[in-house]
Design a protein around this ligand. Sequence first.
Ligand code: ADP
Length: 326
Amino acid sequence: MSEIKCVGILTSGGDAPGMNAAIRAVTRSAIYSGLKVMGIYRGYRGLITDEIVEFKTQNVSNIIQQGGTILKTARCKEFETKEGRQLAYDNLKRHNIDALVVIGGDGSLTGARIFANEFDLPIVGLPGTIDNDLYGTDRTIGYDTALNTIMDCVDKIRDTATSHERLFFIEVMGRDAGFLALNGAIASGAEAAIIPEISTKVDQLAELIQNGFRKSKNSSIVLVAESPITGGAMGLAERVKNEYPSYDVRVSILGHLQRGGSPTAADRILASRLGAAAIDAINDDQRNVMIGIRNDEIVYVPFVKAIKNDKRINPELIETLRRLSI
Ligand code: ADP
């Protein structure tokens, strides 16, 4: 049996819809299995500045439907130093916290891995990011909601795009990953997606123009992943103005609205399942793992794999988009 009696929980890095559902699931599963729960505010920063309070079941009432995170989130440079992490560890000890659940993206799980190794502390991670860019899990918490938001936005932009005869570049999030752009394009019937995974290999813009934004269509919508590799929507529009001046090009950058909103059913269910599994993992003395989902089954992914490995884009999705945009 595990010696763990008290679990701390925090959200870190970029916020994602469904983080609250995850906080609720972790808190209630922990209390259900007899553990004490401490909520840590503002991610690693709150661990260093000691913003830590006990969470009871009521603390997580009525939050499953809320976007954002009630624990707040932050980025914390100090945690990237050994001295900062020592302060964080001292606070954990002061509150008798024996294990930690970290909900966040790539950076947050990188920090968790370093912290866990340094102090021999059990840490379990939950993939909380709209980008879906963590290896070893089919989905991350927040991705489905962001995808639905993108779909709604593109539907609206299409109404105006078809009224004129325009080429629209719509920029979506996804630092180094094209999941939102590619699946957003399929879901909204866009003509193409320009994603970093392909931009390194071919000039996607030239390919698109050559294949012809067909004359028979009176508007074209292209989703672009925000990334230095793709050049972003502004960069591509600039190129079109210079290289293909006959096109009437417009740009729309969706920005932070992609992070907001009430989580979809899929994200709430995912967050609830992963949160419950995080407590199972802690009770089974698992450590240094991210809880993921693959083929609808819970999986435990070592931090090092989740962070270091690149999650591949399924080529079938690229082919499907290409075929359906003729
Ligand atoms: P995300 O988790 O959304 O990818 P960030 O990349 O901004 O967000 O990371 C969130 C926080 O995780 C950082 O502000 C920092 O406190 C911590 N972190 C990231 N990388 C490291 C690292 N190499 N060492 C220690 N902490 C890190």
